[in-house]
Structure formats: C-alpha cells, structure tokens
Design a protein around this ligand. Sequence first.
Ligand code: TXA
Ligand code: MG
Length: 362
Amino acid sequence: MLSSLPGRLSCWQHRDKYPYRKKMNLLNTKLLPAGEAAYQLAAELLRSGELVGIPTETVYGLAANALDPQAVLKIFAAKDRPADNPLIVHIWHIDQMDELCDPPELAYKLADAFWPGPLTMTLPRKPVVHDCVTASLPTVGIRMPSHPAAASIIRESGCPLAAPSGNRSGSPSPTIAAHMFDDMNGRIPLIIDGGTCDVGLESTVIMVNEDSVRILRPGGITVEQLQEFCDVEVDDGVYKKLEPGQKAASPGMLYKHYAPKAEVTIIAGTDEQYRAFLEEKKAEGVFAMAFEEELSSLPCPGVSFGRKEDPASQAHRLFSALRECDELDAKTVYAHSPEQTGIGLAIYNRLLRAAAFRVITL
Ligand code: TXA
Ligand code: MG
C-alpha cells in the first residue's frame, strides 16, 4: 500500500534552530474519514517513519513515531517549528507511561482521574526518549487522548506518538480537519478526519512534583479540577509576557502563537463599554470578536466566539473565529474579554498570545 503513496520528505539534519528551511519535497496530502481502514493506513505510515494528521479531543495533532528521531525531526520541518520547542508524546495505555518516564506517585493519581483526556504531564524522561522530542529538557510531556481515532491509531501503530498541534507554527491550532489541511497540504501524506474537536483548545500542561503541580499551559482540565487532588500553582508565563532572557518553564511560552494576520487587541469592559469603544473605532478592516448575543447590535462586522455565559462554547469557537478573521481579511480585531475562571483561563491565555499581550481595559 505504501508504494502507492507519494514520495517521502527529504531527510535533513538537526543542526540549527530552523533546519527545515533547507529542503522539502511537496507531497499529495490525502484526507480520509476516520475508520478502521484509515487507522490501518495511518499506523503503517507512522511505523515507516512518516507523519500523519490525527484528530484528538483538544485539537488536531501532527503525529510521528516518538521513538524514531528521523520521523520526529520531520514534524519540525512540516510545521516550521523551532527545534527548541519540545513535543508531547501521546499514549493509549498507562503502561506506556512507565516505558517513557519515571513518574512520581501523584502522576498516577492524576492519570487515574483525568486520562484519557486533555491533560499533559511533564515527567522525568527515560533515555529511550530522544533529545529531539524534549528539546533536551530532562522531562517529557505525556498525554493519553480520549478521541477514539487517536487511541486506535496509537494502539495500531504500536508506538507512542509525538504530536504537536497540527498547524504551521504561529497559527491557530486546527479544530477541524480542513484547517489542518489548509496548513499541511503538500507537507504530509495523510490526515484523518475525525470531525470537530470536542474541547477546541489544547491540553492543560502541568509540571508534576511530589505533592503539587504547576500549570505551564491552562487547558481543558481546569485549576479547580486539579485542586481537588493537590496544591496547584499557575506559572507566571500563563498571564505575562516573559522578559527577554527570562527562562520559560515551558518553551512554547516564548513563541508568538495562535495569531491571525490581523492585529488583535483584547477589550475588557461591560457590553455597553465594548459597543461604545467599537463605535469610536469602526473603519474599513476593523472587526469585532464578540459573544453571539452581542453580534446583532455591534456597530462593525463581527465574528462569534461562543456564547457569553458558556465558556465551553467559547473554547470550541476560539481558533475557528481567529481563522475567520483571516478569511474576512480583517486588519484590526477587537476581542471582547472572556472570564478567566474554569476553562476561561485557557481561553484568555490563548487570546492573550493571539493579541501579543495587547489588552485595553475600559
Ligand atoms: O492538546 C494538545 O496538547 C495538543 C494535541 C495534539 O495533543 N498538542 C499540543 O502540542 O498542543 P504543542 O506542541 O502545540 O504544544 C505543547 C506545549 C508547548 O508549549 C511545549 O513547549 C510544551 O507543551 N511542552 C512540551 N513538552 C514539555 C516539557 N517537557 N516541559 C515543558 N513544556 C513542554
Ligand atoms: Mg501548538
């Protein structure tokens, strides 16, 4: 079956920060609906060192055999991802966690409570995990996704899968297969279409200590949920831009993220204040990113990012809304600030990065 597939990406060396700029052959990217035949093909490609786009409950991921460094390096090439940003390794069975790392007892408790699901734990890695996966960090991020397609593909491939979000670096993460196709067409052989991602935002990333955790990236599993099991600290990098030279607990915090082409600014204020602000700013190319209930009464065109009292719907819509801003050729986007509790913290964190930390409080 593999012989009928298009040619492989050229190999390249892991020498500088952006080694992928050297050479890449264009592939014919297949998009197949989720199902047993598609999983078999995906597993075969993964075992032979190729990349496959896979659906997860958070966002689509760009997967490679985590134990094959040449395959892992292709991820960085396809995404234009800096080599110093580590990858999450996806497993389908708890036994794989012990093969990859040495977890403290608390990690087993959290795995029991939240896996399969949108939680990534960074844990002391074993030598089997290559430096190119962890960007030479002493820990590896591990997650067990709950999407049945992801679980089946990991199981059938027989290997843990390194998988960042399936977007080109810097763009919003894909929450439908078509978004991943837009970013990856010509760069990978196959994407499995498993429908719209349930959560719509990436997993919560935590550093696990003996009896506490530190949140490096908020996500589908909330601070409040984790507090039922242990002390929880939220890393400064979740709210603040790191100063030049400041060391990031999670290297992903250093990079511009989730950004459409337009300049995004978060506007914190009541519905009336937000409307008045937009009235003042309305002009060609100016768009609102607002709650569904507000859209009909705005003085400028707007895209919806979910319902006001329904943070799950905001998480679900956020990345699509940012991509729609590009489709509409928006030049300036004013996003109405969401609440910061529960999954709202993750929504705010992504919006902050899309807005390059520009916030106006009315
Ligand atoms: O929901 C998700 O987590 C998705 C799906 C595909 O599973 N994956 C994802 O991967 O969002 P990525 O690579 O886009 O984001 C992973 C984040 C990055 O910010 C990276 O720096 C951080 O996790 N990370 C990975 N391993 C780490 C480690 N060992 N220590 C600290 N941060 C780590
Ligand atoms: Mg990402």
